[in-house]
Design a protein around this ligand. Structure first.
Ligand SMILES: [Zn+2]
Length: 123
């Protein structure tokens, strides 16, 4: 499965970053996912649970921020977000443009880690 290798790769990157930061346990990973990244979100979430097992990320949440495709329209002379990836046409004027400015992202934004509690819970 395509998404499994992507999930394994993401887990590896995040796990290495967590180890470097001396984090004991990661609670969540924030990811930016462009509409053109070629990744099925639900599939990635499913694979993430499998890939994160046995790492510092085990049991953590994968928080996916989905990014729409943004193209530059030469007619309107501005960037516009597409509602669909079926046609690369400006939603305002209908001009075709393959000048893609956003949508291929697949990157980790940040990790959320459990704070190490150094204060005793009992007085
Ligand atoms: Zn336009």
């Amino acid at each position: 499965m395509h998404e499994l290798s992507i999930a394994q790769n993401l887990v590896e990157i995040a796990n290495t970053a967590a180890q470097r930061a001396n984090v004991q346990r990661v609670t969540a990973v924030r990811l930016q996912l462009g509409a053109l990244a070629g990744v099925v979100k639900d599939s990635l979430l499913f694979c993430y649970d499998i890939a994160s097992a046995g790492t510092l990320l085990e049991g953590s949440k994968l928080l996916i921020e989905e990014l729409p495709v943004v193209i530059y329209c030469p007619q309107c002379q501005q960037t516009v977000a597409l509602e669909t990836v079926q046609a690369f046409c400006c939603p305002v004027c209908g001009t075709f443009s393959n000048d893609i400015r956003q949508g291929r992202e697949l990157e980790i934004l940040s990790l959320e880690a459990e704070e190490e509690n150094e204060h005793p819970s009992h007085p």
